[in-house]
Write a protein that binds this ligand. Structure first.
Ligand SMILES: Cc1cc2nc3c(=O)[nH]c(=O)nc-3n(C[C@H](O)[C@H](O)[C@H](O)COP(=O)(O)O)c2cc1C
Length: 173
């Protein structure tokens, strides 16, 4: 098919209408990411939320960031903890990810406290512990910047990927 005949949005130079949330979700879903679970301790209760909006931000100083939704009930609890752990999920942790996006998040979940006290999930590819440094506005999300205090790579396994609203783990195949 000639390039000019392609009708999908990737080929369109101008968009195809208003920038709605549905279009944002569908088009931005083409940006494949890993998935992390951001965890913290609220008193003696572990809290967590699945996040794809995680990024390494700066090496010097060592910073990471993620973006919790303003409607998140977990984020205020992480904020009050003042620190968090980022758990990078492996390909076989899709079910754990779904649990961490639901209600009864830590039921049956194996974890150990990190050096800074935040929950480290068993089986993760890597963990990063950080202190909350800044919270910036970002529309219907916040941009949270954390200063890394400790980190380590865990087991050698394939990563859990999120692409077009679904989990995947073999893009090169
Ligand atoms: C793959 C995946 C990625 C997600 N990424 C984010 C994210 O970046 N920011 C966010 O606020 N919620 C994200 N969520 C949704 C939250 O995990 C979930 O809605 C949230 O924990 C539930 O709200 P709560 O904070 O009130 O528990 C994601 C969910 C999934 C399954």
């Amino acid at each position: 098919m000639a390039a000019h005949a392609v009708r999908d949005e990737t080929a369109a130079r101008a968009g195809t209408g208003p920038v709605t949330g549905e279009r944002m979700r569908r088009v931005l879903g083409a940006f494949c990411t890993g998935v992390v679970v951001v965890t913290a301790m609220d008193g003696d209760e572990p809290v967590g939320m699945a996040c794809q909006s995680f990024s390494s931000l700066s090496l010097d100083p060592p910073l990471v960031c993620f973006c919790p939704g303003v409607a998140s009930t977990t984020w205020p609890r992480v904020r009050s903890a003042g620190r968090f752990a980022v758990n990078v999920l492996a390909a076989d942790q899709g079910e754990l990810c779904r649990a961490m996006a639901g209600r009864d998040k830590f039921a049956g979940v194996a974890w150990t406290p990190g050096p800074g006290g935040s929950p480290l999930l068993n089986g993760a590819l890597a963990w990063i512990e950080a202190d909350i440094e800044r919270e910036l506005p970002g529309g219907d999300h916040a941009i949270v910047v954390g200063r890394v205090r400790d980190l380590a790579a865990g087991r050698a396994a394939r990563p859990l990927l999120f692409f077009r609203g679904a989990f995947g783990h073999a893009l090169a195949d």
